[in-house]
Ligand binder design. Structure first.
Ligand code: GUN
Ligand code: FE
Length: 426
């Protein structure tokens, strides 16, 4: 048997299909060469002699996936939420992000961010940096050392930003991006570059054209923001009168799915045309409910996206969101969907715990490939959860314990973490 084979045992819970949980008490989860070999109720003979790490009645679930988070904003999380998006960016976010021109500042702040991300249940994340290449590489160095698997973006922004946080020109922005991508290829294995035009108001047409060339040349994925806030959407109409809808302002440059794997955060106000285009192009939606509440954006019609068969994952969107926990994001997704159902549209029924668990695991994980489930061949990302503080295992089903975990968990309940078969802590 391969020496990299090992087995973990506990109360297993994962999701293959949105809305359905697979659970197994005291099950065995076999890892072979960094991949899931299988889940078993009793261990097949061929695994006799393979080490088994027994976690008793602790729960074992796939690692969580954060499809949208801003690392430089971690420093002001939980403050400055008195304004809507555009004023919030100008008043608080841009001044803070400008500080990352200072490498010492960046190292200090990004160390806290990466340590906290590593300690939580997230195994994969798509992360915004700032426009500064040295600071973004400091962030990527730290992530590479952490054992997490991430995609990280040097942000592009060449208009409608203060002088202190605006790139000199489209050409300089694209050239810096190319140099950074080349550097990343030499330096990192598990930390991948992802193109990151901040959002349409921050990027000239010339920059978008240049980024498409970079995207094609290096085969890169892309992340950005879409239809988050009403004033933002009006502004995009003024800036891009030729676009049929906001998403079309990206699609016109080939930066909206299809041959460019894309995550769009928010999609609170996506209309039927935008939803159709996202579906046709396979765009991933990063649902960030806490951020949408904190900066008063609204509530995304996630049920509509699911009915339509769109790819949807969860995002923390710190510092629109306050915490990195994707369990908390799942809880907020359920609660927000109930308010939306009650106050906005009673034809879209609320989300269940099983549905949001799928979004936070396999739904977002699909952006990374076979990630977020315990089906054979999936990358072995797993976290072990001790919920004995709040749910005696003999009194509750695994499904109920998982649901409670969304509401009651604390960081110390996360007992072990594996990413692609590597143990991060135990
Ligand atoms: N749109 C453009 N930039 C940002 C950002 O930093 N946060 C959020 N929530 N939306 C944005
Ligand atoms: Fe964001």
């Amino acid at each position: 048997m391969n020496p990299s084979t090992f087995i973990v045992r506990g109360d297993i819970c994962y999701s293959e299909v949105c809305g359905e949980l697979k659970t197994l008490e005291r099950g065995y989860l076999v890892c072979e060469n960094g991949l899931v070999e299988g889940v078993y109720g009793s261990l097949p003979e061929r695994f006799a002699g393979i080490p088994v790490r027994d976690f008793g009645r602790q729960m074992i679930i796939p690692g969580l996936v954060d499809l949208h988070v801003h690392a430089p904003q971690y420093s002001f999380r939980g403050t400055h939420m008195d304004l809507e998006l555009l004023d919030w960016l100008n008043r608080y976010t841009f001044p803070e992000e400008s500080k990352y021109a200072d490498e010492d500042y960046a190292r200090k702040r990004y160390t806290v961010f990466v340590n906290d991300l590593r300690r939580g249940a997230t195994t994969r994340a798509c992360i915004f940096g700032t426009l500064h290449v040295p600071a973004t590489e400091i962030l990527m160095d730290l992530l590479e050392q952490s054992g997490l698997r991430t995609m990280v973006g040097k942000v592009n922004m060449d208009r409608n930003a203060p002088d202190y946080l605006c790139e000199e020109s489209a050409e300089v922005s694209a050239q810096d991006t190319v140099e950074w991508v080349k550097d990343c290829r030499k330096r990192y294995r598990n930390t991948k570059p992802i193109l990151t035009p901040r959002f349409t108001p921050s990027c000239t047409d010339a920059l978008m054209e240049n980024l498409k060339k970079v995207q094609l040349r290096y085969g890169l994925p892309l992340q950005s923001h879409l239809s988050e806030n009403l004033s933002e959407i009006e502004w995009v109409k003024e800036l891009c009168p030729e676009a049929e809808f906001y998403g079309d302002a990206y699609d016109r440059f080939g930066l909206f799915g299809a041959d460019c794997p894309t995550i769009m955060a928010h999609c609170v106000y996506s209309d039927e045309r935008e939803i159709r285009r996202m579906k046709e192009n396979g765009v991933f939606v990063a649902h960030c409910p806490e951020s949408n509440m904190n900066v008063c954006s609204g509530i995304a019609p996630v049920r509509r996206f699911l009915d339509e068969g769109l790819h949807v994952g969860m995002g923390s969107d710190v510092a629109g969101g306050t915490v990195l926990s994707i369990f908390t994001a799942m809880m907020h997704a359920i609660q927000a969907s109930k308010l939306r159902w009650r106050l906005v549209d009673d034809s879209l029924k609320p989300l269940s715990a099983a549905e949001v668990f799928y979004l936070g695991t396999k739904g977002g994980g699909a952006f990374f490939g076979k990630v977020g489930s315990f089906e054979p061949g999936y990358e072995f990302d797993a976290v072990v959860l001790d919920d004995s503080r709040h749910s005696a295992p003999c009194e509750y089903s695994i499904a109920d314990r998982l649901e409670r975990f969304l509401y009651f968990h604390q960081e110390q309940d996360i007992k072990a973490k594996y990413v692609a078969g590597e143990e991060l802590f135990c």
